[in-house]
Ligand binder design. Structure first.
Ligand SMILES: C[S@@+](CC[C@H](N)C(=O)[O-])C[C@H]1O[C@@H](n2cnc3c(N)ncnc32)[C@H](O)[C@@H]1O
Length: 317
């Protein structure tokens, strides 16, 4: 199950917007601001709402800004960059005083509702918009594809750079009638998007039972149970069928040993989309893909993350 880390930054009021932007730029999946002024202005009906607000969470001086990251993010680097960039604000005319940063594990049951406050429709690629289950949304252009999502406890709100890179790659590679394997499906977002881009048959796998349930729920939400099959599985172990496209947004340590299997499970000229690769490990993955008869088609980067689109070249008989 994906673990979440909450970075809490206590800082003076003047820095509130700038610190929120820094957290988002570092890849936070959402930002919340605890400002006593806002708390005191809350209308009475808020007492009955889902949000259990506690006055002690709203400091007398300054604000607390919270950002959310996952175990897939480089937490040490984020903490270092966050501290450095906040201190740098002094040079831009935003005086920083009483800065403190704390990092806490977020209990998964808290996370499943906490992030909902910060999650709204996002247009993640040229054609794809992800809409939270609880929002109503009108298409803003005729060929827009809309995926409804309630990621709950699984990874994949669609906004993490590794997911966005995969979604962009799918928009490029999926052709009508394609068959796709989504390895490490999380919330099921890549499978749903693949179908919206034209795939006719999709198989989604995840090692984590929570992800399998979340993907099933989301697939049902999008009424795609006939098209997308989900099951618990370790990578593609024990799967004998072949696909036109394999997408895997998993860490490099898992991608590397998976490359020979991905080759075997692809049709000739099939595409392998590998994401979740941190910049420093890009060359290792490229080297291994080339060694295993893949042709590199695209290397795409977002923040410190890389996704590689490669194509299976048929081995000489
Ligand atoms: C970074 S998340 C990606 C989720 C989603 N596909 C996305 O792009 O947002 C990686 C997922 O891979 C799953 N995973 C990790 N190792 C796996 C393995 N050996 N076999 C199948 N799934 C695995 C995790 O449980 C997690 O749900």
């Amino acid at each position: 199950m994906t673990e979440w880390k909450e970075f809490s930054v206590a800082v003076n009021n003047e820095a509130k917007e700038a610190v929120s932007s820094i957290l988002m730029e570092l890849g936070s999946s959402g930002v919340s601001i605890s400002d006593r002024h806002d708390f005191l202005q809350l209308p009475e009906y808020c007492e009955d709402t889902l949000w259990d607000l506690d006055e002690k969470d709203f400091p007398e001086d300054g604000v607390i800004i919270k950002g959310y990251f996952t175990e897939y993010d480089e937490l040490d680097r984020i903490e270092k960059d966050l501290t450095h960039q906040i201190k740098e604000l002094n040079n831009y005319g935003i005086a920083i005083d009483h800065l403190s940063i704390t990092i806490n594990d977020v209990k998964v049951e808290e996370w499943s509702s906490a992030w909902k406050k910060h999650y709204h429709p996002v247009n993640v690629t040229r054609f794809l918009t992800i809409v939270p289950q609880w929002e109503t949304y009108e298409k803003s252009f005729s060929d827009e594809r809309v995926a409804y999502l309630d990621p709950g406890l699984a990874f994949g709100t669609g906004t993490h750079p590794t997911t966005q890179l995969c979604l962009q790659a799918l928009e490029t590679c999926v052709f009508p009638e394609a068959k796709l394997f989504d390895v490490g499906t999380g919330s099921g977002i890549l499978s749903i998007a693949a179908h919206l881009f034209g795939a006719k048959e999709v198989h989604a796998y995840d090692l984590d039972e929570v992800a399998v349930k979340s993907a099933r729920d989301n697939i049902k939400l999008n009424k795609l149970e006939e098209i997308i099959q989900v099951r618990a599985n370790d990578l593609l172990k024990g799967i004998n069928a072949k696909a036109d496209i394999i997408a895997a947004n998993i860490l490099t340590e898992v991608i590397l040993p998976f490359i020979p299997d991905a080759y075997e499970r692809l049709e000739d000229n099939g595409y392998f989309i590998a994401s979740g690769i941190i910049m420093d490990k890009k060359d290792k993955v490229i080297e291994s893909l080339l060694e295993h008869d893949f042709e590199i088609l695209q290397i795409n980067q977002m923040k410190d993350w890389v996704a590689i689109i490669s194509k299976k070249i048929k081995k000489e008989e």
